[in-house]
Design a protein around this ligand. Structure first.
Ligand code: ADP
Length: 429
């Protein structure tokens, strides 16, 4: 099924045209010859021979003309074996296909051949691009000579959302004319869709996380105003729970704001030189009360000399706080946490936080830094977690051009290592 077969060559099609255009000549010649046969002394056989000669002469120019135009037609189908058009299509970074107005492939680039391996030059593109959206858009673009767009799902080993843009383009032919062609370009929309999905997920997760403590708070307010109005003991208990829930909300909002701040400045690398040894010590000291509460010993193994990196002090405090606090909360059963610093040969500073708790099953490791991802939601909430801590750690490290390594042996603890590129410049005070 061709999209437009008005241009398909046919042997019979030109004859009615030729006869119509020669009709006046043939009629006049016929009448003149009849008159000569009747009035003059011309034999009918001679008159017939003369008529045949005239008829042939009237039709011959049409044959020649048609021969020229059909030759042009053939070239117009592949109007431009001209290197320029072919080079432009080949040089486009996205998949691109140039079709004639019947929908046959004139040129295609390597990316298009990869996207639709069934595409062949001089064959109808629709057989290779089987998506109904594409075929409809192509028909419309050809019928209206106006641009069309179509979005479709390219199902492969990895699904991709593609946007197709069909643009009618007048392409110069070898004979100085132009041929109306269709330029198809494909644009991969998958990253945009992913970002959009992540944004929607994030809003849904954040609202859900906030709604839970909010529901608890308003429930307790109702109870305190109603049934427990006069009950001093219940009031004390409820107020304490309300305090925990309010703290949880405040912490969540705090984490969300920190995350958005770090994301906003993700492309700006911190330029101040900071010594991270005192920063780690300050965090560990600050978490001593939590360690005592959980009966965990924090063992610090830091060098005496300063270790400088290009960093943001506040963000580094936040980063180490999250890692050490997680080790104390989730690895408490191990009874000890080791915080150590090492300088790897190729100019990298590594801060390692190791605990000896239950560890993390391997299937969770790749997802730990996703926002709101928790191995055990109930456990995380009970510990006052928001599910944003490791996501914040990853973003801070990205901004510092560093990386996070996570290793864990189930039942034998977990090790989180923050790696930073080292600077040689002196410390800024
Ligand atoms: P949360 O606010 O829940 O602590 P994080 O992003 O800091 O969020 O951590 C995500 C999840 O990773 C935690 O809920 C916990 O399940 C797991 N996790 C983090 N650190 C450890 C650790 N040291 N040992 C075991 N599990 C951990």
């Amino acid at each position: 099924m061709a999209i437009d077969d008005s241009h398909s060559p046919s042997f019979f099609a030109p004859w009615p045209d030729r006869l119509r255009h020669s009709a006046i000549i043939l009629l006049a010649a016929g009448l003149a010859l009849c008159a000569l046969v009747l009035l003059a002394d011309l034999s009918p056989a001679r008159a017939a021979a003369v008529f045949i000669c005239i008829a042939a002469a009237a039709l011959v120019p049409w044959r020649l003309h048609n021969a020229v135009s059909s030759r042009e037609d053939v070239r117009a189908v592949t109007p431009v074996e001209a290197a320029a058009v072919s080079a432009v299509v080949a040089g486009m970074p996205d998949p691109a296909i140039l079709l004639d107005r019947a929908g046959r492939v004139i040129h295609l680039n390597a990316a298009a051949a990869q996207l639709a391996p069934a595409l062949r030059k001089n064959e109808l593109a629709q057989f290779a691009l089987r998506s109904p959206e594409i075929i409809t858009a192509l028909r419309e673009a050809i019928a209206t000579s106006e641009p069309r767009r179509a979005i479709y799902l390219d199902q492969g080993p990895v699904d991709r959302w593609m946007e197709l843009i069909i643009t009618p383009v007048p392409v110069p032919t070898l004979f100085g004319g132009t041929e109306k062609c269709m330029l198809l370009t494909f644009h991969d929309q998958t990253p945009l869709r992913r970002v959009e999905e992540m944004r929607a997920d994030f809003v849904a997760n954040a609202s859900h996380e906030l709604r839970t403590p909010l529901a608890a708070l308003s429930g307790f307010i109702d109870t305190l105003q109603g049934p427990a109005k006069e009950d001093a003991k219940a009031r004390e208990r409820f107020l304490s729970i309300m305090h925990t829930q309010a703290t949880r909300m405040a912490r969540l909002i705090d984490d969300l704001l920190s995350l958005s701040r770090v994301e906003l400045s993700a492309h700006v690398r911190p330029d101040a030189c900071v010594d991270i040894v005192p920063i780690i010590r300050q965090v560990a000291d600050g978490l001593e009360p939590l360690a005592r509460e959980r009966q965990v010993e924090i063992k610090i193994d830091l060098p005496a000399a300063p270790v400088t990196i290009a960093g943001d002090r506040e963000e580094l405090l936040r980063l180490f706080e999250n890692l050490i606090e997680n080790a104390l909360k989730y690895g408490a059963s191990g009874g000890r946490v080791i915080v150590s610093l090492s300088q790897a040969g190729e100019g990298e500073v590594r801060v390692m936080v190791r605990d000896f708790g239950p560890g993390i099953a391997p299937e969770h490791l790749p997802r730990l830094t996703e926002r709101f991802y928790r191995v055990d939601v109930g456990d995380s909430r009970a510990q006052g977690g928001t599910g944003l801590g490791l996501s914040l750690v990853k973003h801070i490290l990205n901004r510092h051009r560093g990386r996070l390594l996570i290793e864990s042996v189930p039942r034998n603890g977990a090790t989180f290592t923050a790696c930073f590129p080292q600077t040689k410049t002196p410390v800024a005070h």
